[in-house]
Design a protein. Structure first.
Length: 161
């Protein structure tokens, strides 16, 4: 994601009540990190290399991505997604799945381009369509914001604290 072409970002008051530093440049940095994490996931899929996933994923998302790589190896078919975001609303989400702490929900809308590759690396299909997803990130291990889930539609935020 080019930092000069960031989508519109709005931040729910529950997020800033939880951590007042999560505005402006900090939110752009978190969104950029999440986009980088998604790019690294795509590279891991294309290389069938789950070893890098622990650097960008945690919990449910880590398990999902490891399973996707295993399935891609078994079937000889790999699908990756690239997202172009139009707008993002940042919300605070309750713990779910394997998570035991609050997470940020990046409710995003835009266009997703999917590419399907065969085992030899040849492109077999391409598709582009609108999407509405919530990318969930958390500082599960302390430093970097990690992807912990991608939820369909809009996840239910928690009210302001």
């Amino acid at each position: 994601m080019d930092p000069g072409t960031f989508p519109a970002i709005s931040v729910d008051t529950a997020v800033t009540d939880w951590d007042p530093t999560l505005t402006g440049a900090a939110m752009r940095d978190i969104l950029l990190t999440s986009a980088q994490n998604l790019d690294i996931e795509n590279e891991a899929l294309l290389r069938a290399d789950p070893s890098v996933l622990t650097q960008v994923d945690h919990g449910d998302r880590l398990i999902e991505m490891q399973d996707r790589i295993s399935n891609a190896v078994a079937t000889g078919t790999t699908t990756i997604d690239r997202y172009a975001l139009d707008a993002v609303e940042v919300t605070l989400l309750r713990p779910f799945g394997k998570q035991d702490g609050l997470s940020l929900g990046l409710r995003a809308h835009g266009i997703v381009s999917s590419e399907t590759y065969d085992a030899a690396g040849g492109v077999r299909a391409r598709a582009t369509e609108p999407f509405s997803l919530t990318f969930v990130v958390r500082r599960a291990t302390g430093g970097r914001w990690l992807n912990v889930a991608v939820l369909p539609g809009e996840a239910d935020p928690i009210p302001a604290l």
